[in-house]
Design a binder for this molecule. Structure first.
Ligand SMILES: Nc1ncnc2c1ncn2[C@@H]1O[C@H](COP(=O)(O)OP(=O)(O)OP(=O)(O)O)[C@@H](O)[C@H]1O
Length: 350
């Protein structure tokens, strides 16, 4: 499989501190990578390094098999990397119409430039505003034209820095679909920086999560959901909690003691642990289960969010029920496959 992007052992220092360290990343041709991470984790720096707007201090950046940056020996500047870029501050030409903005980005040999540009605008749902100037468009329309212009350059790799974050929910949803379809149709690979889990579920073939300048986990959205490697990734993939829980050792494994019941989890027990759980990990138990007390019930988007106090836990657990449940004593069951323990440093247990 051809790789549209390969990064090997890349690092970057800025202002005297290490901002990226030991980055290894590979992206197959045609794949969509979502680059996630908390604010300040290094996402923009990494995108700028791939783009050639910044240099690596160590390591290698390769695009389509060609070395672009070899930490000093080779450095191909941004304009010769064959990339499409949609950055937040990557403005359209203000004095040109949207059609002209896109048409001028097409390779010089393109026949019927205006028709080709119009086809791209049409694919992104903005053909109707083709004759207008950028200032006469909404933010969402400008982003669409920006993506159409980036695709017009026939890039092998498209880089996008949070292009959807400033848009309203409905526009974001629609543009996500149009972006995905356009990239599928053209076979272009993409790296998209985002804080939004919806981008992970709806766009990504691969997700890479940066924490403190290093890649904490890379894999398919499903792999991250099934085994998140850190509290941030657990939350990013929709888990709740992060509450401190007592953990014992039982035959070398972690045993979680809740309401007098013991739940054994694979892996060595940490001394102190924080518990995260999926939406459907905890539910009312018919018989048996763990002794708990329902402390609140709230209607939430077609179901009921229930919070249970469990003896020995400082904070309640939460889950969902299809119908409202009465306050007071209730036994609950917990699915061990849908809970995650991390020690206080954030490392996964097991
Ligand atoms: N020119 C610079 N000089 C010194 N430090 C910098 C410089 N640019 C960025 N940094 C620092 O590098 C770290 C990573 O910044 P970066 O912008 O890559 O993070 P990010 O993950 O994109 O954050 P955000 O989600 O807030 O945009 C931050 O701590 C930032 O303060």
């Amino acid at each position: 499989m051809r790789r549209s992007l390969r990064i090997l052992g890349a690092s970057r220092r800025l202002g005297g501190r290490v901002v990226l360290r030991g980055i290894d990343l590979a992206l197959n041709d045609g794949d969509f990578l979502v680059l996630a991470g908390e604010s300040g984790s290094g996402k923009t720096t990494m995108l700028r390094m791939i783009a050639g707007l910044d240099r690596a201090d160590a390591g290698i950046v390769e695009i389509n098999g060609t070395v672009m940056d070899d930490a000093g020996r080779v450095f191909i500047p941004a304009e010769r990397r064959g990339l499409g870029m949609v950055f937040q501050d990557f403005a359209l030409w203000p004095h040109l119409s949207c059609l002209e903005n896109v048409a001028l980005a097409l390779p010089p040999v393109t026949p019927k430039r205006n028709e080709a540009a119009m086809a791209l605008l049409d694919r992104l749902g903005v053909a109707a505003v083709a004759r207008r100037r950028p200032a006469q468009l909404s933010g969402g329309q400008q982003q669409r034209v920006g993506i159409a212009r980036a695709l017009a350059t026939r890039p092998s790799l498209l880089l996008l820095d949070e292009p959807l974050s400033s848009l309203d929910l409905e526009t974001r949803e629609r543009l996500r679909e149009e972006l995905r379809e356009s990239l599928r149709a053209t076979g272009v690979s993409a790296v998209l920086v985002s804080h939004d889990p919806e981008d992970c579920w709806k766009l990504a073939d691969q997700v890479a999560v940066l924490e403190n300048g290093a890649i904490r986990q890379q894999g398919t959205p499903q792999a991250l959901w099934e085994a998140p490697a850190s509290p941030y990734i657990a939350r990013f993939t929709g888990a709740h909690g992060g509450i401190p829980v007592p953990v014992m050792a039982r035959c070398g494994q972690a045993a979680l003691v809740l309401g007098g019941e013991v739940i054994v989890l694979p892996g060595a027990p940490p001394e102190k642990a924080r518990l995260f759980w999926r939406d459907d990990a905890i539910c009312p138990a018919g018989e048996g289960g763990i002794a708990a007390e329902v402390v609140s019930v709230n209607f939430e988007a077609g179901r009921f969010r229930v919070r249970w106090r469990v003896p020995g836990l400082a904070q309640p657990l939460s889950g969902y029920a299809a119908a409202p449940v009465p306050l007071g004593a209730q036994r609950i069951s917990i699915d061990p496959a849908k809970i995650f323990l991390f020690d206080v440093s954030g490392d996964h247990c097991p």
